[in-house]
Design a protein around this ligand. Sequence first.
Ligand code: DI6
Ligand code: FE
Length: 398
Amino acid sequence: MLLTNAKLATMDSSLTYGLLEDGAVWLEGESISWVGKSSDTPARAKSDAIIDCEGRLVTPGLVDCHTHIVFGGNRANEFEMRLNGASYEEVARAGGGIVSTVSATRAASEASLLVDALKRVDALIGEGVTTIEIKSGYGLDTSAELKMLRVAREIASQRMIDVKTSFLGAHAVPAEFSDRPDHYIDKICIPALNAAHREGLVDAVDGFCEGIAFQPEQIRRIFENATSMGLAVKLHAEQLSNLGAAQLAAEFSALSADHLEYANDVDAAAMADAGTIAVILPGAYYTLRETKQPPIDTFRKHKVAMALATDCNPGSSPITSLLLTMNMACTLFSMTPEEALRGATKNGALALGLKDRGAIAEGARADLAIWDVETPAELSYRIGFNPLHKRIYAGAVA
Ligand code: DI6
Ligand code: FE
């Protein structure tokens, strides 16, 4: 397949999107074989099926590198309670919060979890997403955690999208262990991780290091177990306070540290040294009406690569639009449109340990998005508008 007359945002290492006017891309099978000016297109490429992009913008397929998109039920009732004046404590006493999603997820069948998740995944696919990360973390026992991860794997077999899974058994202490968090970590969470890994369900291991979740030393035990099995790690870090989570992530050469509103200069330096990606999640900041912004300038200063993701989850970020996430990152956190698009392509891929995608480059996966826009900035500028013209997944229009 040959794409011609395209304005290519290659997102290669240079700034300004790696923009190439009047570009062409030759796809062979699931890979990009050639990228360049249309006038330089190799003769042998011209015999293939041609998509005339008619001057449209072409970007790498989008990467949503942080989602909790598999879950049972929803939390609209909490949303309404809060807006009618209920406090978080009153919501919690009414059985709200993560525990309510855990109950709904444990009660749901694998089939119903899949049906519900596919609706949300289809919304992302409709915006040009070609790779998505999906976490467990609403099961909090072995059978339910494996159920969630099996659903994540099934999504990849039912949709033209690549799924990377993250085990997040350390998302919350389940009610039955509320007074014994260490017992939960050692007797439930780690055995569940090992069982999930044995079944081939785990691509990386995540945790929630926060006062309302797990302490660094508890996360450390999970990370030591994960790395002993050769699994990469990532971490929800410094979302509501600074517990040293970002530095713990850097110590384990984590793929990413995520949220980071309370990260500081020392954290950024440690992340830069470790090559740990900063995953910025404006959906949660917006939903929770947070006021402490992640230190974008500090990450820039230390050259910490920044990714963006929806953090799609029923409590703190019920959002299924990576384009709106990009807009939020610019408007709320003053990221530039170039940083936002890089965060949803190349750096999102790096946050998953993937170097074979996120840029339009020879040898990269043939995952592309063709947009009805004049400039890349329009992808972050518009609010609630989807200008996707065509999505190409693994070399096929999908
Ligand atoms: N941080 C969050 O904001 C979500 N999980 C996490 O680690 C909250 C998830 C939920 O409220 O269901
Ligand atoms: Fe999250």
